[in-house]
Write a protein that binds this ligand. Structure first.
Ligand SMILES: Nc1ncnc2c1ncn2[C@@H]1O[C@H](COP(=O)(O)OP(=O)(O)O)[C@@H](O)[C@H]1O
Ligand SMILES: [Mg+2]
Length: 238
């Protein structure tokens, strides 16, 4: 990996009226790594992700992916699994995957990968169920399967563990580890510190829109004996 590989975010700022939700935030999400975006409620995690995915216009800031400036057409390269899983009411689970395969022009044979993802997420027996008839967790799994199938080089996940059953959480962690091996730059927001500790390579703690900590997880964990990520988190966001 070169020094410019991955997603570089520079001076990202987003205001809502008087409130600065994301305040001059710069960070690097490396390819082949999982970056945990941590922070208390209202820290600016969702706003950051929406700006990165191009769904919210930032007031300032720029982004590059593998050294190339990202413009408004970045949707193909930066995929977001949002906090609220909106699926198409009138498409079945399988039709969501067909939709992705067609719009991303996936190579033939994608069906096998799609079936495998559904099986892993315990969703295969729901493949002919309409979006409107899915539970929240199933909607989330439908979006996970569709997004992973699309294979974007940058994957953003906003609080992905919330709403997933334990098996789903474990399966998602194992899918994310595989994507990391394949060189995807993964950014995952969570306030579940144990889950962050289990999976993240790098941690970015946001507090009131600013980066309170940005460090490799190993450094945080072993920096001072006996300190947990929770200790570090609470201190940084006090
Ligand atoms: N559409 C909006 N309009 C006004 N304020 C917003 C909007 N979206 C988020 N905010 C505010 O921005 C701050 C950051 O919110 P958010 O990014 O959702 O935080 P997090 O995801 O870390 O909980 C909060 O104070 C929130 O109230
Ligand atoms: Mg949020």
């Amino acid at each position: 990996m070169t020094r410019t590989s991955g997603l570089f975010v520079e001076h990202l700022t987003r205001r809502f009226g008087q409130l600065t939700a994301v305040d001059d935030l710069s960070f690097h999400a490396e390819r082949g790594a999982i970056t945990g975006l941590l922070g208390p409620n209202g820290a600016g995690k969702t706003t950051t992700m929406l700006c990165l995915a191009g769904l919210l216009r930032p007031d300032a800031g720029s982004m590059t992916l593998d050294g190339e400036k990202l413009g408004p057409d970045r949707g193909r390269r930066i995929a977001l699994i949002p906090e609220t899983p909106d699926v198409y009411a009138m498409l079945t689970v399988w039709e969501h995957l067909v939709f992705v395969a067609k719009s991303c022009r996936l190579k033939s044979g994608w069906q096998q990968r799609a079936s495998e993802l559904l099986l892993r997420l315990d969703l295969f027996d729901k493949k002919d169920t309409l979006g409107e008839a899915l539970s929240k967790g199933m909607r989330q799994k439908t979006l996970i399967a569709s997004t992973v199938l699309a294979g974007a080089p940058v994957l953003l996940l906003d609080e992905p563990m919330i709403g997933l059953d334990p098996k789903g959480q474990r399966e998602l962690r194992s899918i994310l580890r595989e994507l990391r091996e394949a060189g995807t730059a993964i950014v995952l927001s969570t306030h579940l510190l144990e889950s962050a500790e289990a999976i993240c390579d790098h941690v970015l703690v946001l507090n009131a829109g600013r980066a309170a900590i940005s460090a490799p997880i190993a450094e945080l964990r072993f920096g001072e004996a006996g300190r947990s990520l929770e200790d570090v988190f609470l201190e940084a966001t006090r």
